[in-house]
Design a binder for this molecule. Structure first.
Ligand SMILES: Nc1ncnc2c1ncn2[C@@H]1O[C@H](COP(=O)(O)OP(=O)(O)O)[C@@H](O)[C@H]1O
Ligand SMILES: [Mg+2]
Length: 143
């Protein structure tokens, strides 16, 4: 599924809820749903705090899908932002005493994560892949 939300703090909670509303219905274990919720919170928070998505008339999109990779089901969550000059980077704990260390959390919960340019300008998709915790894949909405 894909959902576009306004770039406000309130939307961070809505982004989180996207995982809670879709993934249990496609067989994901509750622990995986919780992990996906946490990851989406961090990625959505970053979109509004670190990119133009959080600026005037800004918005971001949440994408969630499930697919088979090497015979096991994986959940992919992604946030499509409106870009910034910088890049998502995991900061060592010592460098981010005041930060939420969100990408450190993402890197810990996800099997893989990354980012890719998307669309126009410096817009970007930041994505994370989690093991779905069951053996079959079925789409969480469109694939
Ligand atoms: N979507 C993004 N676009 C550009 N830069 C980003 C994005 N997400 C994160 N960053 C950069 O990566 C850094 C680390 O992010 P994070 O670990 O979530 O910590 P925090 O958000 O608390 O600064 C951010 O401070 C920011 O510089
Ligand atoms: Mg953050």
């Amino acid at each position: 599924m894909t959902l576009t939300l306004p770039g406000t703090e309130h939307s961070v909670r809505l982004a989180r809820q996207c995982a809670g509303l879709t993934l249990p219905g496609v067989g994901c274990l509750p622990s995986v749903v919780a992990d996906a919720e946490a990851v989406l919170s961090e990625l959505a928070g970053n979109a509004i705090r670190h990119t133009a998505s959080g600026g005037p008339h800004g918005e971001f999109s949440v994408e969630i899908w499930q697919k088979l990779r090497d015979g096991r089901a994986v959940v992919l969550v992604a946030v499509h932002d409106q870009g910034s000059a910088g890049c998502p980077v995991v900061r060592p704990v010592s460098e981010s005493a005041e930060g939420g260390r969100g990408l450190l959390v993402v890197a810990g919960l996800a099997q893989r994560w990354g980012f890719t340019p998307a669309g126009t300008g410096c817009a970007r998709i930041v994505w994370a892949e989690l093991d779905a915790g069951h053996g079959h894949g079925c789409p969480a909405g469109d694939e």
